[in-house]
Design a protein around this ligand. Structure first.
Ligand SMILES: Cc1cc2nc3c(=O)[nH]c(=O)nc-3n(C[C@H](O)[C@H](O)[C@H](O)COP(=O)(O)OP(=O)(O)OC[C@H]3O[C@@H](n4cnc5c(N)ncnc54)[C@H](O)[C@@H]3O)c2cc1C
Length: 375
């Protein structure tokens, strides 16, 4: 049976960022992915925003890795010419009620480590974004956007250059502890089955991360690892509207924990609205046109030039979240499960937003965990 040093389950942005960081010519690293190429799931179905860590407490993993990830992301994108733009972001207050919330929101952002954030007036908003209507706003200069596909292609290329094998069409179906490692059972694209052995195992399976934990012998309900299906849908604004804001425009958050329907300019000159989130039981990626009015009414408050016929259903994605309906913000799980008798099983569960932003920092964080195992 083939034996490898490190196996990473999942070639989304997180698995690939880790592969780029932990691979080197002295170790044998496998990335196994059930789809035919990288990033076919959540990593290509999101806002592509480089977050500034406004809402995540500094002492949480989300907050720490988002802040580090923000800086590392800009460095990485500049160094390797990964398409991105440091757009900055405005959180706009459209009513008196929202305006009085801004100082508290600013305080939260500053306590959480977001850099150079400040409140700006209606006139300053108009100077920055003439088509946006607001009474005042919070300006976050370190927010931006990144082309997630190019980012993943970069991570994959780095991993392969460092000697890693990224293998597609491999669905992990069993995990058995054996000696100082794990025997991984898989099914390939033809339906054939096989097994190989790994010393270190990493779960980067996104929406399946709770189920992969279960395969490794962890009761996902007892551990709080079950992934809940929270669907985020987007609408696209018709091309050719010259008044598109260049910055990210967010509302004052309507629901604790979710940032509300916002604008996201894309690097091709287009603009999306979303996501609108709701809980569901199925992973279908359809976007129902019946949400058009809801999107229109939300966005029109700060984009008065918008007409209802300007928007059409676009993509949907699912938050790989551990948070249950009605619960507050919940943190990432990134840990070696040795306390559960599973030495060298590095488990990443519930890597929801800001997982894309945090990906370079997650790669570095997990590399340190591997160094600890090897020392
Ligand atoms: C609507 C929405 C908006 C978001 N916006 C942002 C944003 O603006 N900024 C930001 O920073 N973050 C954002 N996020 C979060 C970000 O997209 C995720 O944190 C990130 O993509 C998670 O990456 P991942 O690699 O963990 O998961 P995934 O991309 O889901 O990758 C997991 C991979 O594991 C594979 N896999 C699963 N099971 C198996 C198996 N048994 N065998 C082999 N392979 C398997 C899957 O096929 C998949 O490719 C958003 C998320 C959503 C849903």
């Amino acid at each position: 049976m083939e034996k490898v040093d490190i196996t990473i389950i999942g070639a989304g942005v997180v698995g690939l960022a880790i592969a780029a960081n932990v691979s080197d010519k002295s170790r044998n690293v496998f990335v196994v992915e059930r789809n035919e190429s990288f990033g076919q799931e959540t990593s290509s179905r999101n806002s592509e925003v480089i977050h500034a860590s406004i809402y995540y407490p500094r002492n949480s993993l989300k907050g720490k890795l988002c802040l580090e990830g923000n800086e590392l992301m800009y460095e990485l994108c500049k160094k390797y010419n990964i398409p991105h733009r440091n757009t900055g972001k405005l959180i706009v207050a459209v009513s008196e009620e929202e305006e009085v919330q801004l100082p508290e929101l600013l305080n939260t952002a500053m306590n959480n480590g977001a850099k150079a954030v400040k409140i700006i007036s209606k006139d300053e908003v108009k100077k920055l974004e003439p088509s946006v209507e607001a009474r005042a706003a919070i300006l976050c200069p370190t927010s931006g956007i990144v082309d997630s596909h190019s980012l993943m292609r970069h991570y994959e290329a780095m991993a392969i250059e460092n000697g890693a094998n990224v293998i597609y069409g491999i669905d992990v179906v069993s995990i058995d502890k054996s000696g100082d490692g794990y025997i991984i059972g898989y099914k390939d694209r033809r339906g054939d089955t096989g097994k190989f052995q790994t010393r270190i195992l990493m779960n980067c399976a996104g929406l399946e991360s709770g189920n992969i934990s279960e395969l490794a012998g962890i009761n996902q309900d007892e551990a709080g690892y079950r992934i809940q299906l929270c669907k985020g849908i987007y609408f696209r604004v018709k091309h050719g509207i010259e008044k598109f804001p260049k910055m990210l425009i967010y509302p004052v958050p309507p629901i604790h924990g979710h940032v509300g329907i916002h604008t996201t300019p894309d690097l091709g000159g287009g603009m999306r609205l979303g996501p609108h989130f709701y809980w569901t039981e199925e992973t279908d990626y359809n976007v129902d046109d019946s949400y058009r009015e809801n999107f229109f009414n939300s966005a029109r408050q700060f984009l008065p030039f918008l007409k209802i016929e300007d928007i059409q259903p676009d993509i949907a994605g699912f938050y790989p979240t551990r948070q249950k309906p009605g619960e507050g913000l919940i943190d990432f799980i990134i840990k070696n499960e040795s306390d559960k008798g599973l030495d060298n099983f590095i488990n990443l569960v519930g890597i929801e937003s800001p997982g894309l932003t945090a990906s370079p920092a997650i790669g570095r964080y997990v590399k340190e965990m591997v160094n600890e195992i090897n020392n």
